[in-house]
Design a protein around this ligand. Sequence first.
Ligand code: ADP
Ligand code: MG
Length: 207
Amino acid sequence: MEILRGINFAVPRGQFIAIMGPSGSGKSTLLGLLAGLDTPTAGSIVLDGQEIAGLAEDSLALIRGRKIGFVFQSYQLIPTLTAIENVLLPHELAGEANGLARAMELLENVGLSERRDHYPIQLSGGEQQRVALARAFMVRPPILMADEPTGNLDSANGEHVLELLLSMNRREGTTLVLVTHDATLAAHADRILRLKDGVIVGDELRA
Ligand SMILES: Nc1ncnc2c1ncn2[C@@H]1O[C@H](COP(=O)(O)OP(=O)(O)O)[C@@H](O)[C@H]1O
Ligand SMILES: [Mg+2]
């Protein structure tokens, strides 16, 4: 089955692009392809000047580790690690030490400092989503990709996460590629790409 067809677009460095569209339109598939988590059957995907379609998994993992923070729709926290350990993980995988202060600060930013020693199973869906966001921010990735990052948050936490995302975009120049149904979030995007049935049906640059 063909999920995406004739997709052709480029995201300039530092852009905040929102990908929108009905459920089943291919948004998560597209995001996974952009991050090198999935391989296209045809076509080319260039990430920061480098062709990634067809690269072996170990090369992809290296590139992802350096360039991309990724927040899965289903969070994908490690169940045997606490909240703080999950946030620290990308930092440790990158072979770096002394990440604890930043990890704590990020957990505080998402309003979860008192939950630091809780395991994912002890956290609500919204709390897990916020841990996943803090984890994605941990290594200051130049590109952040997130699949419905506010999908499970109440409006107060959603606003908090939005501010965090916007400040990364403005202060650190982080490229944001966000799949979202959230009109409030999309209203802040530089650009909205709309998918339907696996094709791009809209590509709107905003003032
Ligand atoms: N692993 C998979 N195997 C087969 N079909 C899939 C798989 N993942 C997604 N699909 C199908 O691809 C289409 C797009 O799915 P998805 O990218 O998850 O859409 P969205 O994120 O926009 O809801 C859907 O029809 C879905 O059923
Ligand atoms: Mg999806």
